[in-house]
Ligand binder design. Structure first.
Ligand SMILES: NC(=O)c1ccc[n+]([C@@H]2O[C@H](COP(=O)([O-])OP(=O)(O)OC[C@H]3O[C@@H](n4cnc5c(N)ncnc54)[C@H](OP(=O)(O)O)[C@@H]3O)[C@@H](O)[C@H]2O)c1
Length: 303
């Protein structure tokens, strides 16, 4: 099912297959989103979405389909990107696909060379592509590539892409949106060293760059998502019963940021998590150590 902002009302109807529990409604409070405002904001604009073949990026692409924006869709899986493009065009939207492995420096160079030729430049970049690995340090011995690979896609890829495109976004007084994870703002968790370090690296890069970007007239938004029910979170069996946001809801939050240009999105309850991380850091670490001594977990979500 193709979701659309014109149908979207989180209380009456959550597009997609996933239905919220009562707790999820409470944690991920619904909000209205004006398709009219979104269309007005995006008319004639060019929006680059990385990671548009699956999950949050795919949902976002469908939500922007009936705006008059030109969508530039990037990911590795060409057939899936072509499918997303076809569905967007069926709704009257405009999309161009750029199959690219953003973890490969030469491919990013080629992509940015092509993107820099687009007449009118780029107005919005949504840095969304990413990969996750959940693996214990013990299981990572001899797997240094887990760390180079996560850094390549979650850190170096978006840094290279953003640096190359800043001049054209600046020309349009555009907007750069970073899709981050709320875990980077909380006490660290075991098994997530590769993923969290790479997400934290780009989050920090972006936070350092924000004042400079803003000074040049580029708007910035950092979005800290909780667990989102996508292909990325699916391999972690422990998450199947944990409250999670739907990818359509996540996409709606990005749409709202496009309209409001809010500097930051984080769930309302994250503050309590951050406070607890600060106050109970030591007991949290001790609890993890105690738990791991008794019940070591095995690698999950690794590719
Ligand atoms: N799911 C969560 O719980 C969660 C929570 C917080 C934040 N996030 C963040 O949200 C973003 C989207 O994640 P998702 O949950 O939507 O995951 P997803 O369903 O696995 O989608 C990831 C997207 O990134 C693309 N991608 C991965 N590696 C790539 C590469 N080397 N080059 C180009 N594209 C690549 C994938 O496309 P191809 O495979 O076709 O390349 C896909 O389109 C990520 O940055 C993630 O860190 C997710």
């Amino acid at each position: 099912m193709v979701s659309s902002v014109s149908f979207y009302h989180p209380i009456k109807r959550m597009p997609g297959k996933y239905k919220y529990s009562l707790l999820e409604y409470f944690l991920f409070l619904p909000f209205p989103l004006s398709p009219k405002k979104l269309r007005a904001e995006l008319a004639g604009k060019t929006v680059l979405i990385t990671g548009a073949s699956y999950g949050i990026g795919e949902s976002l692409a469908y939500m922007l389909a009936d705006t008059r924006a030109h969508l530039l869709l990037v990911a590795r899986t060409e057939e899936k990107l072509a499918e997303v493009k076809t569905r967007i065009e069926q709704r009257g939207g405009k999309a161009t696909i750029y199959p690219t492995d953003l973890s490969k420096q030469e491919q990013v160079e080629q992509l940015t060379y092509t993107l820099l030729q687009i007449p009118g430049g780029i107005d919005i970049i949504v840095n969304n592509a990413g990969r996750s690995i959940r693996r214990s340090i013990k299981d990572s011995l001899g797997r240094y590539h887990d760390f180079t690979r996560t850094m390549a896609i979650n850190y170096f890829g978006p840094v290279q892409l953003t640096l190359s495109l800043i001049p054209v976004v600046e020309k349009n007084k555009g907007h750069i949106i970073n899709i981050s994870a709320l875990n980077v703002l909380l006490a660290p968790a075991p098994y997530w060293a590769a993923y969290q370090a790479s997400k934290a690296a780009f989050d920090n890069w972006f936070r350092c760059a924000i004042p400079e970007l803003n000074a040049w007239g580029i708007k910035t938004t950092a979005i800290y998502f909780p667990l989102v029910r996508t292909r990325m979170s699916a391999p972690t069996a422990a998450y199947s019963n944990v409250p999670a946001m739907s990818p359509e809801h996540a996409a709606t939050i990005i749409c709202r940021s496009i309209i409001n240009k809010n500097r930051i999105y984080r769930p309302w309850w994250l503050f309590f998590g951050q406070l607890a991380s600060l106050l109970f850091w030591r007991p949290w670490m001790a609890l993890n150590t105690h738990y791991l001594k008794r019940k070591p977990l095995h690698a999950e979500g690794a590719k």
